[in-house]
Design a protein around this ligand. Structure first.
Ligand code: BGC
Length: 743
């Protein structure tokens, strides 16, 4: 029985990690001292100015109703603290000069931009990267992005997106790390470390932003910007860990989400922005709203007008108003009328100034953008790394032996993504340039020789093209194998791209069917930013390689894998559903009162569909290789662990196939009896292991009991004593099982 609660332990797990707080403490307190001194010299209007972010009329527009006129005058008068989405270094420096030289107090501006998966060099979309399960590599990608971003003159990225999502109707799944809180937490912390480095004031680091706080990844029915209806319990138990990890890694900014929570839009929700983010997670930086999200409280129907919206947001502890301008329009009046206290404004302002100080902007406001760009941007070793990461992110979903291709093979390369320099960059491509993309066609030509690649586009993403199929059939005639590069374009990935049908668009299915008719072997290269319903393609193709939107170096990475120069090693961070009706779908579903114990267990009165399986087509964690891995000898080294101790589990993994390869060894647990319902399985450890053919290794997992903490009905996160099952294997259906207990 596990009813014994450990109060002290509970306190420990619900507190931000001390080491993170300690690390940044001296710089932070110095920054606050500086800010407090400066605030004493500021007028109320100037203080509110620091809380306003604008996008210039000619800036990149990533939402409705953007763009201010007269930005020069606003800067001179100190009515703006930040801009987003300016692309030109020269322009940023001009505006900075105005702020520093021509405004009364010379407070520098902070420039933000969405650098989500790379700046100039574009890495695979985030969901794809997360399928590498390579935390160091993901951190490195963020570090490279930060250096390139800083060299362009930008101080601040709106990343990482920490929103867990299990619903691929929502286009923004591409921006996150999939459905799992444990993997998501490791990745969001790594990205913060990558962006911010050890010294935020260095000229190759930038400020990170934990977004979208909170629960943005669960809009009803997968429709972007739609209502989120979630309990505090669910938020804390499942959705919070990636945000928490990013805060603990030291992220200095956060972004409020568009959605409501418990009926109150996040941007005006004091429980979300103050009690939870600052109180519970220990966040110390500043919060920016999402694009117009303050003013959108009027459309939500929880604010009467812009002034009321600004009042609610300021009192909820939202520091900076992105784009719309309600803060600067109404801030002074709100203070004069006693609706917002000047003390509140001081608090909001000091947190903004402190971040500017930490970035070193008061020392040298032009430092960012003054680096020698050619030394930082598109570095050869970084391009090579992008190629490696793209290959590690790709997931081999099926293969009847057609892959890897034989040397000298003649390839028909067909499909709308085969030579599509723009789409491979995916959504939010930052400063990525299609002209620098190496397409799949180019990658294959370089690897197999131009004479061996016969290319035809075949069709557009959602439209047939005249003569397209005929041309595809012609090129297939001369080939030994068809590589069919199909999927969704970058325009169907990311923000505002919700879909109700996530199967391959009809013209592309028709192309597959026509090619299938030739009797040639077909390899589907699936490019997408979301999980899709690909039953049809899996059935018809000889192999399916999920290439995602693989970024600048996608082409060479595909060539590396299909040639067998590299062995596929990506594993899904999101379940591929059997059909759209299963969504949202995730492996870590809760136990129910009427679980179906196996697909054969078919009584009517069980939690199941009558027209489709409960199981996904491909489960979380899944991914094939050209070699075979065998798992054996699972040993729970510590069958009984005391609270505060460490569970140790060992397993042997052997490469029993013909070539070297890497696998992601995954450990899952189930808490058998808990105070609140627990998932059927939860990921609690993973390790990427590299093995030569015939080689074996012992992998040992060490799981502190604090990692087994969960949310109780009093909304506190703590671990209990009790019994657990544990599984280790190569996906979330891992079969090797053991058990342990916390005593
Ligand atoms: C998105 C944010 C993004 C912001 C600024 C919004 O529409 O939701 O993720 O950071 O625009 O571009």
């Amino acid at each position: 029985m596990k009813r014994f609660l450990f109060a002290l332990f509970a306190l420990m797990v619900s507190m931000p990690s001390l080491s993170a707080a300690e690390k940044s403490a001296p710089k932070e307190s110095e920054a606050y001292k500086f800010a407090d001194k400066l605030i004493k010299k500021m007028t109320l209007r100037e203080k509110i100015g620091q809380l306003q972010q604008f996008v210039p009329k000619k800036g990149v527009v990533t939402g409705p109703d953007g763009g201010v006129e007269n930005i020069e005058e606003s800067i001179r008068q100190g009515l703006v603290g930040s801009f987003l989405n300016i692309r030109s270094t020269k322009r940023m420096h001009e505006l900075q000069r105005m702020a520093v030289k021509e405004s009364r107090l010379g407070i520098p501006l902070i420039f933000g931009f969405d650098i989500i998966h790379g700046c100039r060099i574009i890495f695979p979309e985030n969901l794809a990267m997360s399928c590498s399960w390579d935390i160091e590599a993901i951190e490195r990608s963020a570090r490279i992005a930060a250096a390139e971003t800083a060299a362009i003159g930008i101080h601040w990225t709106f990343s990482p997106m920490c929103d867990i999502s299990a619903d691929s109707r929502w286009g923004r799944v591409s921006e996150g790390s999939g459905e799992d809180p444990y993997l998501g937490a490791k990745i969001s912390a790594a990205m913060v470390r990558g962006y911010q480095g050890k010294d935020l004031s260095a000229d190759n680091t930038i400020a990170a932003c934990v977004k979208h706080f909170a629960a943005y990844g669960a809009p009803q029915a997968g429709r972007d910007y739609h209502t989120v209806d979630m309990s505090r319990f669910m938020l804390i138990d499942r959705y919070l860990p990636p945000y928490r990890a990013a805060v603990e890694a030291g992220a200095v900014t956060a972004m409020s989400s568009f959605n409501d929570f418990e009926g109150v839009p996040a941007s005006g929700n004091r429980w979300i922005l103050h009690d939870l983010l600052r109180g519970e997670l220990g966040f110390k930086g500043f919060v920016v709203s999402d694009w117009n999200a303050v003013h959108e409280m009027v459309a939500h129907g929880t604010a009467a007008n812009g002034k009321d919206a600004a009042r609610q947001a300021m009192n909820a502890h939202l520091n900076m108003d992105m784009v719309y301008g309600d803060y600067i329009k109404y801030g002074e009046a709100l203070v004069e009328e006693g609706e917002v206290s000047e003390k509140t404004i001081n608090q909001l302002c000091r947190e903004v100034l402190a971040v500017k100080y930490q970035l070193g902007l008061f020392d040298n406001p032009y430092k960012y953008g003054s680096q020698n760009k050619s030394e930082v941007i598109y570095r050869a070793e970084n391009l090579e790394f992008a190629r490696e990461l793209a290959a590690k992110s790709m997931v081999l979903l099926s293969n009847n032996g057609v892959l890897p291709l034989k040397e000298g093979v003649k390839i028909a390369l067909v499909g709308p993504l085969a030579d599509n320099a723009r789409s491979q960059l995916g959504s939010w491509r930052g400063f990525g340039e299609a002209k620098r993309s190496v397409t799949i066609r180019e990658g294959l030509e370089a690897r197999f020789g131009k004479d061996n690649i016969f290319y035809a586009k075949g069709c557009d993403f959602r439209n047939a093209i005249e003569g397209g199929i005929e041309e595809a059939l012609r090129v297939a005639e001369n080939a030994d194998v068809v590589l069919l590069s199909v999927g969704l374009s970058h325009k169907e990935s990311g923000e505002a791209t919700s879909l109700t049908d996530i199967s391959l668009p009809a013209p592309q299915q028709a192309l597959l069917d026509a090619l299938k008719g030739t009797g040639k072997k077909i390899v589907v290269l699936l490019g997408t930013g979301r999980a899709m319903d690909i039953r049809n393609e899996v059935e018809k193709a000889d192999a399916v390689l999920l290439t995602w939107h693989g970024g600048t170096m996608e082409g060479p990475a595909v060539a590396d894998l299909v040639s067998g120069d590299k062995n596929p090693s990506g594993h899904l961070s999101i379940s591929f559903p059997y059909c759209v009706g299963q969504l949202p779908l995730h492996y870590n579903m809760k136990m129910t009162g009427r679980p179906r114990k196996s697909p054969q267990h078919n009584s009517k009165y069980l939690s199941r569909y009558t027209d489709a399986p409960n199981e996904p087509l491909f489960p979380f964690g899944y991914g094939l290789s050209y070699t075979e891995f065998e798992y054996s000898d699972l040993k729970v080294v510590t069958p009984n662990v005391s609270m505060g101790g460490t569970v140790k589990v060992r397993v042997k993994i052997s490469n029993t196939g013909q070539c070297a390869g890497e696998d992601v060894v995954q450990l899952y647990v189930r808490d058998l009896v808990a105070e609140t319902t627990r998932p059927v399985r939860e990921l609690k450890g993973f390790e990427r292991v590299s093995l030569a053919a015939g080689e074996s290794k012992i992998v040992e997992f060490k799981i502190p009991t604090s990692d087994l903490a969960y949310c109780h009905s009093d909304l506190k996160v703590r671990a209990d004593s009790g019994d657990f099952l544990v599984w280790v294997g190569a996906d979330s259906n891992a079969k090797l099982q053991g058990k342990f207990a916390i005593r």
